[in-house]
Design a protein around this ligand. Structure first.
Ligand SMILES: CC(C)(COP(=O)(O)OP(=O)(O)OC[C@H]1O[C@@H](n2cnc3c(N)ncnc32)[C@H](O)[C@@H]1OP(=O)(O)O)[C@@H](O)C(=O)NCCC(=O)NCCS
Length: 207
């Protein structure tokens, strides 16, 4: 992150001091949380049912790494927002599903991977997970694929005993905000990105 940029939660005690000392908000991001309850399952299943019949939504495996890297490469510049929500390009390791990192995808009639989401199971006992990223091929956006692939991940994580999932993104990203809302996520954190007007400056420490 550049020395003149800092990302703070909006209830951080340093926030008012920075804004009165020439730092200004240059981007905004959010965090959201979802408790995986039985009550949500119906809407996740409905999201999956909304996929066109020729599409297949399934968990990704080691055999999908090349396709995942190709989709990531084609969409790497599409993530809106600033440093707080910058997308880290996939590597072969990060594209390889494992016990603590599960991937889900949508494949079209020609077996092309057209949507994917990767989720890290972060809690030691596996009860909490965090979405790394979700992406849809440009030519397939706006037709429910992001909502469906995230729904598939939530159903599988719940079956595996995960109880809470966190996700996040940029305020500019209306698409992923709407998808998350449809799946039951509630935004519970706001993270402004502040930039110093006069170049690198020190960030006040906590009082
Ligand atoms: C964000 C993204 C994943 C959304 O995928 P998608 O398949 O188009 O999303 P869906 O079709 O499931 O749409 C979900 C909702 O968002 C809305 N939406 C989708 N794109 C939108 C846009 N550009 N602006 C406003 N709303 C949008 C849809 O209308 C839908 O709302 P609804 O449930 O009220 O009908 C896709 O645009 C993308 O890959 N962007 C680049 C990567 C990215 O930003 N990923 C998210 C951060 S990890």
């Amino acid at each position: 992150m550049p020395a003149d940029t800092v990302v703070l939660r909006d209830d951080d005690e340093r926030y008012p001091s920075l804004t009165t000392h020439g730092w200004s908000v240059t981007a905004r991001s959010w965090g959201a949380r979802l408790e995986l309850t039985d009550g949500h399952e119906q809407c996740w299943v409905a999201a999956l049912d909304g996929l066109p019949p020729e599409d297949v939504c399934r968990e990704l495996s080691a055999a999908d790494v090349t396709a995942a890297l190709a989709l990531d490469s084609a969409t790497a510049r599409d993530y809106p927002g600033g440093v707080a929500t910058a997308h880290e390009r996939l590597t072969a390791v990060r594209a390889s599903p494992a016990a603590g990192r599960r991937g889900f995808g949508v494949l079209d009639a020609d077996q092309n991977l057209v949507a994917m989401t990767f989720v890290d199971v972060v809690d030691v006992v596996g009860a909490e997970a965090e979405v790394d990223f979700t992406v849809v091929a440009r030519h397939r956006r706006g037709r429910g694929l992001a909502t469906a692939v995230k729904a598939a991940s939530l159903l599988a994580l719940k079956r595996a005993g995960v109880t809470t999932v966190r996700t996040g993104g940029s305020d500019e990203n209306s698409g992923i905000l709407a998808a998350n809302q449809a799946l039951g996520f509630q935004v519970d954190e706001h993270w402004p990105t502040l930039t110093a007007a006069n170049g690198p400056a020190s960030v006040p420490s906590h009082p």
